[in-house]
Design a protein around this ligand. Sequence first.
Ligand SMILES: [Zn+2]
Length: 152
Amino acid sequence: MKVCVSCQTDVGGKRAVPIKEDRIIRTIRSVKRSLGVAQNNELYVCEACLPKHNERRKSFEKTMLFASVFAGLMLVIILVAPVLSGRIDPWAIISGFIVAGFILALPIFKYAPAAESLPAPKPNVMPPPVPPVPPVPMEPQIEAKKKKKSKK
Ligand SMILES: [Zn+2]
């Protein structure tokens, strides 16, 4: 069955955008398969849900970016702190890594899969004006006519 990921209804006969199979979807599928609850639905976003879905996707991407920056900062602190304090505390390092991993995992709760062909964002820059087409020289045409005449 072809199912909309947003409203969970059958998209058969409706205009819908297919969902990209990314690592998270593949993981969910393999977990479901191992649990024996796989439905093997083809995932889509129907036209009506697309604007809402795009917003969710954008917010997910922002959260993901924020989380990876934050986790990266955490790791830098974990690695720099022992150098500054002059002593290595293995528990601080381990707990730091756990917190960083937890931060990275958080966006999963906001997860929204990417649609296959999202409408391209409109470029802010105006395209350069098309230069006026130079007048087509008449000579080749005249020559062609002459050639035709000469053939006759
Ligand atoms: Zn829908």
